[in-house]
Ligand binder design. Structure first.
Ligand code: BG6
Length: 486
């Protein structure tokens, strides 16, 4: 494994949920894997006036919880030696001086400023860093999603951040691109010849992308109610997955080669606006029901949610791509909270044979399908027809399956482990370029505007189900079904 160059990683929002749940455990694991040099430092930055020890005890508690049985005292101590804490109020210029002092004399090593804060603080933090004169040529800034609320706010943030950091220094993170199964989708498409001739209209009948969560809004209701599923999940994670499936093979492994191809997909998405939004989108909001066998409250009764909120916790969309490769092939996207189970998958259904000399099985949809499962387990399954043993040609669907955990015994990297090491190495491939983000927002904004225009409330669905019935109708109108409904 390649060891990383010496770095200082400053984690703004260092006491927040993402830092504690994902980022610090991911860094712990990289230290435990001996990938981090002894001279590297992880500097938590937040508004609370904590001492280093107080901060470390919060980090330890969280690492113990999230690392589980792999947590190791000795490795923890090694990790803890690299952790510092600095109190910074993003709006207080003088607070940045404490950071400057901490970073002094280490201008040569890689500097990462990870902004895991609300997006309206991004520009101010970057300006604070620039004023404190801590932005070196070897500095990078990482921006967590959502980057803004719409195209206009995203453009403003990007302009202001762009005044302090050049585009190759800006890492816009989408953790879905760091998932092992997504990397494997790239390997499957561009490491094999087998699928390429089939990867197009005439061969692919339709595509489904589902990111289903059984969790509700948890403790993030304030954020979530301002955001909703379209901006929290579709604008970034689901569109990025769609790009990886639909893009043309990049000419090289160069970051911009891949980002150019993703951008072309985003620009080829057929706009959904006005009346189309009524027929090709479904938005839902969960009402009381059950999760994992226990009763749960509806969205409107969650703490910090206004009782008349119209924020969507579920979205389903029919998306079309106006390109030679994909014209006429529907892509159905669906995501939601408090659904029946946690399940994320991409399902590519191929056309059936034009003429069959054998009797077809009754189960009309269980073959000709490639399923790339991202969650809860990462696997790739190809369903084909095979002959049933015995006399006569009786065909039966069977699965050719690759379970990553079974096949590769090594623990796959968590998405944030991979993406954080990519930032430190300076590899931009799995991060969104500014024009990609603009194109994604430009496609998303009219959907929200039309929802507001028609003023319909989101459709209610019972927690613990697969969302509103209208989402099933969206695909059944075209003669298909979601895979879980087959
Ligand atoms: C985040 C969203 O980006 O992704 C959350 O803000 C969501 O609302 C999460 O729960 C899902 O990520 P994962 O990796 O658990 O599927």
């Amino acid at each position: 494994m390649q060891s990383l160059p010496d770095f200082d990683l400053v984690l703004f929002g260092g006491t927040g949920d993402l830092a504690m749940r994902k980022l610090l455990p991911a860094l712990y694991r990289r230290v435990a894997a001996n990938q981090v040099s002894k001279g590297s430092r992880i500097i938590g930055a937040a508004r609370s006036g904590l001492t280093r020890d107080e901060y470390l005890s919060q980090v330890e508690e969280s690492c113990r919880k999230h690392i589980g049985k792999d947590f190791d005292r000795e490795q923890w101590e090694q990790f803890a030696r690299s952790v510092e804490y600095v109190k910074i109020d993003a709006q207080a210029e003088r607070d940045f001086m404490a950071l400057k002092k901490l970073l002094a004399g280490r201008e040569e090593c890689v500097r990462v400023f990870f902004l895991s804060t609300a997006p309206d603080l991004f520009a101010g933090i970057c300006e604070g860093l620039a004023k404190a004169d801590v932005v070196t040529p070897a500095s990078r800034v990482v921006l967590e999603k959502p980057l803004g609320q719409d195209l206009q706010s995203s453009v403003q943030i990007n302009e202001r951040v762009g005044a302090m950091f050049s585009e190759p220094q800006i890492f816009r993170i989408d953790h879905y691109l760091g998932k092992e199964a997504v990397q494997n989708l790239l390997a499957l498409r561009f490491g094999n010849m087998l699928f390429e001739p089939l990867w197009r209209r005439g061969r692919v009948q339709h595509v489904q992308i589902t990111v289903a969560e059984d969790l509700g809004v948890e403790r993030r209701a304030q954020f979530y109610d301002q955001t909703g599923a379209l901006r929290d999940m579709v604008q970034n994670h689901l569109l990025q997955l769609l790009c990886i499936i639909a893009m043309e093979p990049p000419a090289t492994g160069d970051p911009d080669a891949m980002r150019d191809e993703k951008l072309k997909v985003l620009r080829a998405l057929r706009p959904l606006r006005g009346h189309d939004v009524q027929t090709k989108t479904v938005r839902g909001q969960y009402k009381a029901g059950a999760a994992n066998g226990a009763p749960v409250v509806g969205y409107l009764d969650e703490k910090d949610v206004p009782r008349d909120s119209t924020t969507e916790t579920f979205v389903a969309l029919k998306v079309e791509i106006d390109s030679w490769r994909w014209a006429g092939v529907p892509f159905y996207l669906r995501t939601g909270k408090r659904l029946q189970e946690r399940q994320s998958e991409i399902v590519i259904t191929f056309e059936d044979v034009p003429h069959s000399i054998y009797e077809r099985p009754d189960d009309a949809h269980a073959w000709n399908r490639l399923v790339i499962q991202l969650q809860p387990v990462e696997s790739i399954t190809l369903s084909v027809l095979a002959k049933s043993p015995g006399h006569g040609m009786r065909l039966k669907p069977v699965e050719l399956s690759l379970d990553f955990r079974e096949t590769f015994k090594d623990r796959p990297l968590d998405a944030y482990e991979r993406l954080l090491t990519d930032v430190i190495k300076g590899t931009l491939t799995l991060f969104m370029r500014r024009d990609e983000l603009d194109a994604a927002w430009a496609w998303i904004d009219p959907i929200r505007e039309a929802w507001q225009h028609y003023e319909e409330r989101p459709k209610a669905y019972t927690a613990g189900t697969w969302g509103p019935a209208a989402a099933s109708a969206l695909v059944s109108r075209d003669g298909f079904s979601w895979r879980n409904e087959l």
